[in-house]
Design a protein around this ligand. Structure first.
Ligand SMILES: Cc1cc2nc3c(=O)[nH]c(=O)nc-3n(C[C@H](O)[C@H](O)[C@H](O)COP(=O)(O)OP(=O)(O)OC[C@H]3O[C@@H](n4cnc5c(N)ncnc54)[C@H](O)[C@@H]3O)c2cc1C
Length: 358
């Protein structure tokens, strides 16, 4: 089914999500809402047709993330982490493993997540790699030790795509069943927002993997060699922009009975429309510098934070009460300042917030 054919049902789901405030503490996991999402075919969108998927074009998938984030950042974020795991399997030269895993993922029989930030944005200042890999002298496989600092949806995942660093500096990525001896998913972390994403650290103590579970590597900087998508990719901008657009739609509903708010809402709506046009050009292949992934993510981060804060101010004390959608939007907007955020984007946002010169 094409994007256009799927769109009306997806938009209906987004509208229904906009009427709800999903609980976001670690006590909740949005099983029912994820099931609704799966019924729309979401688990098939990103997977090649050869494995039973819909194989949406990359630009369509980006727009799907953007639109879905208008309804719920929580669900969209969980989906992107699952899809990031798929992406590493799809781009792997290990075809037998892809043939085993991807059809089951399409049928929603296998839920996976990704724990790769320690190879890109997290723990980069430490002298010892977060996850150390040694060659297994008893087999042709490897032994992993250390801590994967972040893995969202870990409690629900039966597979994690993660990796580590060998003594010689080369790195590998592997698909590891979460039932593997020595792999321990720690309790979900209480977070400023998105606690219901069940984001947790994963401890690896002498975890043995077979050579045929390796997806990429060993090679230097495994994340920059065909492993698919890095920190701060256009997919993360899609989610930030969609989240801002969803906030502005909710703000608009308040402005319908309070026209005095329009003078503040309208400039944000114009900015969102401008960013959406630039984002759409970028996902369709425009590679001009002002539409680079970094430039767009920095603008999206700024917009999502200011949109949420402006809406909260407009809702007054009522919006500050726990459980109101505006206070949740403010907390969730902060997520973009820390999630998959490359250093230049972070510095750009810090420069804006602190009025520090360039
Ligand atoms: C809610 C949430 C969900 C996430 N989900 C996932 C996921 O599913 N999969 C995934 O792979 N990643 C995930 N991430 C990770 C994310 O993409 C980033 O990698 C992460 O937020 C970076 O933060 P960090 O604390 O690990 O960074 P770090 O840079 O490791 O910082 C940790 C601490 O070290 C300090 N520090 C930093 N640099 C230095 C330095 N040079 N010298 C001394 N101290 C320093 C910092 O001040 C900080 O206190 C998630 C993150 C969040 C917040």
């Amino acid at each position: 089914m094409s994007f256009a054919e799927q769109w009306p049902a997806v938009e209906q789901f987004i509208q229904s999500l906009q009427q709800r405030v999903l609980p976001d503490s670690v006590e909740h996991w949005p099983a029912a809402e994820l099931s609704e999402l799966r019924q729309l075919g979401a688990d098939r969108w990103n997977i090649p047709a050869a494995y039973g998927g819909e194989e949406l074009a990359s630009a369509e998938l980006m727009q799907m993330y953007r639109q879905l984030a208008r309804g719920s950042l929580l669900l969209t974020f969980i989906l992107t982490q699952r899809n990031a795991a798929c992406q590493r399997i799809i781009t792997s030269a290990n075809t037998p493993l892809a043939e085993k895993l991807l059809p089951a993922m399409c049928r929603s029989e296998l839920f996976a997540t990704v724990g790769i930030s320690h190879l890109t944005t997290s723990r980069q200042h430490l002298s010892i790699p977060a996850v150390q890999v040694a060659v297994d002298s008893e087999s042709d496989g490897y032994i992993l030790n250390g801590t994967v600092p972040w893995a969202s949806g870990a409690s629900a995942a039966s597979l994690i795509v993660t990796g580590g660093t060998l003594e010689d500096g080369r790195q590998l990525l592997a698909a590891i069943p979460t039932s593997r001896p020595g792999l321990d998913i720690l309790a979900p972390v209480s977070l400023l927002g998105l606690g219901a994403s069940h984001t947790a650290a994963v401890q690896l103590s002498n975890v043995r993997i077979a050579a045929d579970e390796v997806l990429h590597g060993p090679l230097e900087k495994v994340m920059s060699h065909g492993a698919g998508g890095g920190a701060g990719s256009l997919g993360t901008t899609a989610v930030a922009l969609g989240s801002a657009e969803g906030t502005l739609e909710r703000f608009q509903r308040d402005a319908e009975t309070r026209p005095d708010l329009l003078q503040f809402l309208n400039p944000l709506q114009k900015e969102a429309a401008h960013l959406a046009a630039d984002f759409t050009a970028a996902v369709e292949g425009d590679s001009s510098p002002q539409r680079s992934a970094e430039a767009l993510r920095q603008r999206a981060n700024s917009l999502v934070v200011r949109s949420a804060q402006s809406w909260l101010a407009a809702t007054r004390g009522a919006g500050y009460v726990c459980g109101h959608a505006a206070e949740q939007a403010v907390r969730e907007s902060m997520f973009f300042l820390v999630w998959s955020c490359p250093q230049p984007v972070l510095e750009g946002n810090l420069r804006e917030f602190t009025c520090a010169g360039s």
